[in-house]
Design a protein around this ligand. Structure first.
Ligand SMILES: Cc1cc2nc3c(=O)[nH]c(=O)nc-3n(C[C@H](O)[C@H](O)[C@H](O)COP(=O)(O)O)c2cc1C
Length: 167
């Protein structure tokens, strides 16, 4: 498998911890961490297999430090890229926007012709609505450290195994 680029903000609390677990789960596969706050086209285009980690903030928005990321990708052709997204959210605190960030990024990447991989079941979560939901799946991996932290390690391990096949 080609080297994986793992994009997330190095200045986050929980997302950075989850990203470390993702790296562990991919043991045996080359995976490089990249700070989304230092994103540019060249860095993003370096990888064909990409994992992106994003928390949802502000009632269904991306955090401010993603402001540079979206314009940086605006005119790129991502048609050869496979992208998997994990998100952090709080299904009890924000049930109407649970992990919307996953869906926001999936829509962006798909508009640039990337293939989104790593869909997971919505079973086991309780919320009202989510931009990440497509049918009975999330278009990525939804992590909830506020309410379901004890499920996180297994969710990540299973997801990494799935991605080793999908990448
Ligand atoms: C101000 C604020 C707004 C939030 N909005 C949402 C939201 O709309 N949807 C959601 O699922 N989680 C929301 N959350 C929960 C965070 O996504 C969650 O706490 C996450 O673990 C934070 O990760 P971080 O420490 O990497 O930023 C919000 C948290 C805060 C503090």
């Amino acid at each position: 498998m080609n080297k994986i680029g793992l994009f997330y903000s190095f200045h986050t609390g929980k997302t950075a911890k989850v990203a470390e677990k993702v790296i562990e789960a991919f043991e045996g596969t080359e995976i490089e961490a990249v700070n989304v706050e230092e994103i540019n086209e060249e860095v993003f285009l370096k990888y064909d297999n990409i994992v992106v980690g994003v928390p949802t903030w502000f009632d269904g928005e991306l955090p401010n430090y993603w402001d540079e990321f979206v314009p940086a990708l605006k005119d790129l052709d991502l048609s050869k890229k496979k992208i998997a997204i994990f998100g952090l959210g709080d299904q009890k605190g924000y049930p109407e926007n649970f992990n919307d960030g996953i869906g926001i990024l999936a829509d962006l990447f798909e508009s640039l012709h990337a293939t989104i991989v790593g869909f997971t079941s919505i079973e086991g979560y309780t919320y009202e609505s989510s931009r990440a939901q497509r049918g009975n799946q999330f278009c990525g991996l939804a992590i909830d450290q506020e309410n379901q932290a004890r499920l996180t390690s297994k969710r990540i391990k299973d997801w990494a195994e799935q991605l080793k096949k999908e990448f």
